[in-house]
Write a protein of this length. Structure first.
Length: 211
């Protein structure tokens, strides 16, 4: 979804900041959601989903459900499901963009604010990506990249919280709830459950971390 802005970011950024295992796991889940939402999963990604396991928490149980659904999911059926949800004839069942969820319209102020923040962090949209940057897949990927420092030094908690509260927190859980309940969602229903549970955990963690 994104690439390093060659005008502002070194091509092979190196940093010595240690990343806590908990933060790596958070980044992995952000990236995983981003990949699942960026396009129809292929056979390999579906197999990876089928191999997941979770604990007894709400998030863990939703991951277990996703694994069960993935075991009976075929790539062609998933492609059709993805298209009905996000593409459709003119538009899909859901519009996974911050601007739409926050204003009711595409390409509005939330996108402009995000682009300003991306520029400040040396991020730019890849030339082969034509969707607005405020789509849910890109935002999940950006958050994961910031946590582990894929484009620059790993973001500290305050920076993560600011980005989350500006661009993800106000609408992502709502989107994931809509995805969970979408009439065309089969494979993506538990993806929505995973996303909603994760957003609730992140929201609470950032709230407590800011006290």
């Amino acid at each position: 979804m994104m690439e390093e802005d060659e005008m502002t970011a070194a091509p092979d950024f190196q940093h010595d900041t240690p990343i806590a295992e908990e933060d790596r796991l958070r980044a992995d889940l952000y990236n995983f959601l981003g990949v699942l939402l960026a396009g129809p999963a292929d056979e390999l990604l579906i197999a990876q989903c089928a191999g997941l396991s979770g604990d007894d928490s709400a998030l863990g149980q939703s991951i277990q459900t996703l694994a069960k659904v993935a075991k009976v999911t075929k790539p062609k059926a998933l492609e059709s499901e993805y298209n009905r949800l996000f593409i459709g004839l003119g538009r899909g069942e859901l519009l996974p963009y911050a601007s739409y969820y926050l204003t009711g319209f595409l390409n509005e102020k939330p996108l402009a604010v995000l682009r300003q923040d991306m520029m400040a962090r040396g991020l730019a949209r890849s030339p082969n990506v034509f969707e607005p940057e405020d789509n849910i897949a890109s935002l999940m990927e950006m958050m994961g990249a910031m946590i582990v420092g894929r484009f620059a030094a790993p973001a500290d908690l305050a920076t993560q919280r600011e980005f989350f509260n500006r661009h993800i927190g106000p609408w992502a859980a709502h989107f994931f709830s809509d995805l969970e309940a979408a009439k065309n969602a089969v494979f993506f229903s538990p993806v929505g459950t995973v996303g909603r549970a994760f957003m609730e955990i992140e929201q609470e963690a950032f709230r407590l971390g800011g006290d």
